[in-house]
Design a protein around this ligand. Structure first.
Ligand code: ZN
Length: 322
């Protein structure tokens, strides 16, 4: 079936194929379309402002300091954040300027700050996270979308977008800005869900990492590489394995297949106890037990799936050409 009405979330042209339906946790219905012009997979129709506001309210980031209500989950996330900081630091030298687009609570930048002396910049949309980050004196925070006038050309030695690109309403404009404000030979690290993964192909509309309506578009890794080449970047590395993202993607997508509502356990772990109230305590407990029992298995399978380039998420390192 073709969709000639709703524009592509990336290139804005209007010729696309409808692949499969997907609904968000509030019951809003969308399709995942594939653009015939730029090959982007995108959420169609583009969610309304009101739908996005519902999805991004405080339950997304956690009503208090943390996104998750269980301290151990935040500790695990901190472990991964510090790993990302160490990975980036390999490409940096003293006094380099770093921009983290969609820096959230700023903890990744603060880990970088522990490793070395860098000039730290971040952007985050208005909200609780931005407010918290604005109080950290080491981080130069811009609250709002990155714009052309924010930074001089060739300012940054590194720019990072960790699971941010797929949220952007103007991704093309952001890529243009990035390619201008990055220094020659500067690195860009970015990660996002892999729409060409086994999980995406198996679970379709039930796949956790579609995360409707927050994730607006996706690229198959090979197409994304070509796209970034056209912006003057060359690929340094890509990795598909992620114990942070992929095994839980398996668990929650399987649960989404088995029970009617999507993301019930995920929402509960985030402390959203208002969601799916009709599920009994026993049902939720069984879901937690399923999680604990299967996660080690899916960590092992992730190693093999990712070696085949089909892991549920992808993390790229690109370098700007001289
Ligand atoms: Zn397109």
């Amino acid at each position: 079936m073709t969709d000639s009405v709703n524009p592509c979330g990336f290139c804005k042209t209007t010729k696309s194929k409808i692949l499969y339906p997907v609904s968000d946790i509030f019951g809003h219905n969308f399709n995942i379309n594939k653009c015939e012009s730029c090959n982007a997979f995108f959420l169609s129709p583009i969610p309304t402002q009101q739908q996005l506001e519902m999805a991004y309210d405080s339950s997304y980031y956690g009503s208090n300091e943390k996104k998750f209500s269980f301290p151990v989950i935040e500790q695990v996330l901190d472990y991964f954040r510090s790993g990302r900081a160490r990975k980036l630091a390999k490409y940096l030298k003293e006094d380099d300027a770093i921009l983290d687009i969609g820096c959230g609570n700023g903890r990744f930048l603060m880990y970088l700050n522990k490793i070395g002396n860098y000039k730290l910049f971040g952007t985050e949309l208005p909200g609780n996270s931005a407010e918290r980050t604005s109080k950290i004196k080491e981080i130069n925070l811009k609250i709002g979308m990155l714009e052309h006038s924010d930074f001089e050309p060739k300012t940054f030695s590194a720019i990072t977008l960790f699971h941010v690109f797929e949220h952007l309403t103007e991704p093309k404009a952001i890529l243009e800005i990035i390619s201008k404000i990055i220094k020659p030979e500067g690195v860009v690290i970015m990660s996002f869900p892999n729409i060409d993964s086994l999980q995406a192909r198996w679970f379709k509309g039930k796949w956790l990492h579609l995360d409707p309506p927050r994730h607006l578009f996706f690229f198959a890794p090979n197409d994304f590489e070509k796209l970034l080449n056209s912006y003057g970047f060359e690929l340094v590395s890509k990795k598909f394995m992620s114990f942070e993202q992929n095994p839980y993607g398996m668990v929650q997508s399987l649960l989404n297949k088995m029970i009617t509502k999507r993301e019930v356990l995920f929402e509960r772990l985030k402390g959203n106890n208002q969601y799916a109230k009709e599920y009994s305590k026993l049902n939720i407990l069984l879901q937690k037990l399923f999680f604990i029992a299967t996660i080690p298995v899916f960590m092992i399978t992730d190693i093999f799936v990712s070696l085949a380039g089909k892991g549920a998420t992808v993390e790229f390192v690109f370098r700007k050409r001289k």
